[in-house]
Design a protein. Structure first.
Length: 304
C-alpha cells in the first residue's frame, strides 16, 4: 500500500506538526527519506525477542520524543545515519533473515512509516519471521491501526503516567494520554501473546517496557496500578528495566543525574508482584551499563 501522502502534512505522531516532509524536516528531525544507523543482529532485547541468534534490529535516525536521558541520542537527536530507499531497506530485512535473525526489529520507525510499509510490502513475499515494532510509546492509535497486518510483536515503552514528568523529561505533556490509547490498540490487534513450538520465542503479542527513573518510583508504581486496572489480564507481558544510566542532557536535571538505587527498583518490582503482574521480565541491577547501548557505526547499513 502507498502511504506517501502521509508525508504531505505530517501527522504520523501525536505532535501533528503538519510539515510537508517532502520539502523539509518535521519535529522529529526527519524528511521523507529514511535514515538508519545500524542494522545487525542484536542480543540485548528481552529473551523471547533476542533468542539464541539475535533480533534483526534496524535502528532508525530521528525521534518524535525529546528524552533528556536518551541513550541513543546520537541517532535520535543528532540524526546520525545513512539514507536508504525502501528497496534498500527491504533488502536489509531479507539479509537479516538470511543471517539467522529471529525477527525484524524496527527501532523507532514511526517517523518513516510510509517508507517502512513500502519496504515491508516489497519483502513480505520472502519474509518468514515476525516483525517487531520497537517504539517509545508516543504513538497515535491511527498509526497503530495502519500497521495492522504488518506488525506481529509490539514492543512499546510506557515511560510515565505523570504529565509533569513527561513534559519535563521528554517534552510531551500528553505522553500518557497518547501512549495508553496506542497500547490498548496494540493489544486489540495482536490478541494474547503467542510463542513458537519451543515456547521460548514470541511470535505475536505485546511487551510493555517500563524503565524506572531516579526519584520517580511512585510514578512507576502508579503506572503499574493503571496497567492492572485498565489493561486486559493475560494479554500482554511487562518488562521492568533497571538500565537507566545518565546520558545526553541528564546533567541539566540533577534529580535524574544518577543511576537508580536497588531500593527504588525493588520497590517497583515488589509492587508488580503485589499486583500479580508477573507475566514478563525483570533486569538485574547490573544492567545499568553503557555497553548495553550498541555502537552506531553504520554496521549493516553501508551498501554497494
Amino acid at each position: 500500500m502507498n502511504f506517501d501522502y502521509m508525508y504531505d502534512s505530517c501527522s504520523l505522531c501525536p505532535r501533528n506538526c503538519k510539515v510537508n516532509r517532502h520539502q523539509t524536516a518535521g519535529y522529529c528531525g526527519c524528511t521523507d527519506t529514511v535514515r538508519a544507523a545500524r542494522a545487525a543482529l542484536h542480543h540485548w532485547e528481552e529473551p523471547c525477542i533476542s533468542g539464541s541468534r539475535g533480533s534483526g534490529a534496524v535502528f532508525f535516525s530521528g525521534c518524535t520524543l525529546r528524552c533528556c536521558f536518551c541513550q541513543n541520542y546520537s541517532i535520535s537527536q543528532e540524526n546520525f545515519g545513512r539514507e536508504l530507499t525502501p528497496d534498500q531497506l527491504s533488502d536489509i530485512f531479507l539479509r537479516l533473515q538470511d543471517e539467522g535473525a529471529h525477527n525484524i526489529n524496527l527501532v523507532t520507525a514511526t517517523q518513516y512509516l510510509p517508507s517502512v510499509i513500502r519496504a515491508l510490502d516489497l519483502s513480505k513475499p520472502k519474509l518468514a519471521i515476525p516483525v517487531v515494532y520497537n517504539c517509545g510509546g508516543y504513538e497515535s492509535a491511527e498509526v497503530i491501526k495502519a500497521l495492522d497486518g504488518y506488525v506481529d510483536i509490539w514492543l512499546p515503552d510506557l515511560k510515565y503516567l505523570s504529565s509533569t514528568l513527561s513534559a519535563r523529561y521528554s517534552n510531551a505533556a500528553d505522553y500518557f494520554e497518547k501512549a495508553s490509547k496506542a497500547i490498548r490498540q496494540m493489544i486489540i490487534q495482536t490478541g494474547a501473546p503467542r510463542f513458537d513450538s519451543s515456547g521460548e520465542l514470541m511470535e505475536k503479542g505485546v511487551i510493555i517496557r517500563h524503565m524506572v527513573l531516579p526519584g520517580a518510583k511512585e510514578d512507576s508504581m502508579a503506572l503499574l496500578a493503571w496497567m492492572k486496572e485498565e489493561l486486559p489480564e493475560g494479554m500482554y507481558y511487562i518488562s521492568l528495566l533497571s538500565q537507566y544510566t545518565p546520558f545526553y542532557k541528564s546533567v541539566l536535571y540533577p534529580e535524574i543525574n544518577r543511576r537508580i538505587t536497588s531500593y527504588e527498583y525493588n520497590k517497583v518490582l515488589n509492587k508488580a508482584i503485589e499486583l500479580n503482574l508477573v507475566q514478563g521480565f525483570m533486569q538485574e541491577k547490573s544492567s545499568s551499563k553503557e555497553e548495553y547501548t550498541p555502537p552506531f557505526d553504520l554496521e549493516g547499513i553501508i551498501t554497494d
